[in-house]
Design a protein around this ligand. Structure first.
Ligand code: DEZ
Length: 299
């Protein structure tokens, strides 16, 4: 049963209990480019209390460096080595887990952030934001030249997705022997501004349906993301809390990593999913309405 936080003493107790605070971004700290009320103040209180802060996002559209730019624009203090995105995790997975040979490339369905993280890991890639793949003319196999050096396809959120990209990815995954099928994350939707938009999971869905197989998913809730963080940062799981808005990614990620979990109701998960007859089997340790509620603790 989740503990519903409400009194200042509840939040004060959480601050005493946990030294490392991992924050999801979309739906917890902001919606699109709109900060959630109180987010800046709470992060400032945590820093004043000398807490370790990490940002753990499934959004693969930005690299760690470009995410730092978003934090700066929004006036949120953040340092690049505190930011862990699924594009970074996917690039590390390809270079350090799969150990894709240097003469092999990755076909990218995704945006600049994925390309920047692959480049930072020294991984060659094609596709992505290449204008040649942005064409909206009907895809024809006779116009397509298979690149035999493509050894992996990585699929992330791509707001310029089209039939050409899906068809090229399908060719590589069915005609290049041993070609890896990877997804940065599998979020079905994400909160943007005043509503929801299809997430990365909705981008890879056509490929998994056409192929009849699932990709290896890198982001939350997979432990791969936590492995990337543990390779860079020391933290004590017993004194670490994951703050998220989605049960099947953020909260499950925390549980898979042996972390405490705090669900906020400013993003994807609604009250009906945690109480009543249709409540999810994924039960967070704590629930509060918004991250802004923690402002009630003394500065
Ligand atoms: O890829 C997506 O679907 C979205 O960018 C993702 O859902 C947002 O990631 P979050 O910051 O909530 O982990």
């Amino acid at each position: 049963m989740a503990v519903r936080l409400s009194a200042a003493a509840d939040y004060e107790a959480l601050l005493d209990k946990y030294d490392t605070w991992m924050f999801d971004c979309d739906g917890v700290l902001w919606h699109g480019d709109r900060l959630i009320e109180g987010a800046i103040e709470v992060l400032s209180i945590l820093r004043q209390r000398k807490k370790q802060i990490l940002f753990v996002t499934n959004n693969a559209t930005k690299s760690r460096k470009s995410y730092k730019g978003k934090f700066d624009t929004l006036g949120v203090e953040a340092h690049v080595d505190e930011i862990y995105g699924s594009a970074y995790a996917a690039a590390v997975y390809i270079s350090s887990v799969i150990k894709l040979p240097k003469d092999k490339k990755v076909y990218v369905i995704g945006m600049k952030g994925m390309e920047e993280e692959l480049a930072d890991e020294g991984v060659s890639f094609v596709g992505g934001t290449d204008p040649a793949d942005a064409t909206l003319k009907p895809f024809s196999l006779s116009d397509f030249t298979l690149d035999p050096t493509v050894g992996a396809v990585v699929c992330g959120l791509d707001t310029a997705i089209n039939y050409t990209k899906l068809s090229k990815a399908f060719q590589y995954l069915t005609r290049n022997p041993g070609c890896h099928f990877l997804a940065t994350n599998e979020d079905s939707t994400y909160p943007a501004g005043d509503g929801l938009l299809p997430g990365a999971g909705a981008i890879s869905a056509p490929l998994r349906y056409a192929l009849g197989k699932d990709p290896v998913a890198i982001g939350k809730p997979a432990k791969t993301m936590l492995d990337c963080i543990q390779a860079k940062v020391h933290y004590d799981p017993a004194r670490t809390i994951m703050v998220g808005d989605r049960l099947n990614t953020d909260i499950l990620f925390g549980q898979n990593g042996g972390l405490a979990t705090l669900l906020v109701l400013t993003g994807i998960t609604s009250e009906a999913e945690i109480t009543g007859p249709n409540a999810s089997s994924i039960v967070p340790d704590y629930v509060t309405s918004s991250i802004g509620d923690l402002r009630t603790v003394g500065q």
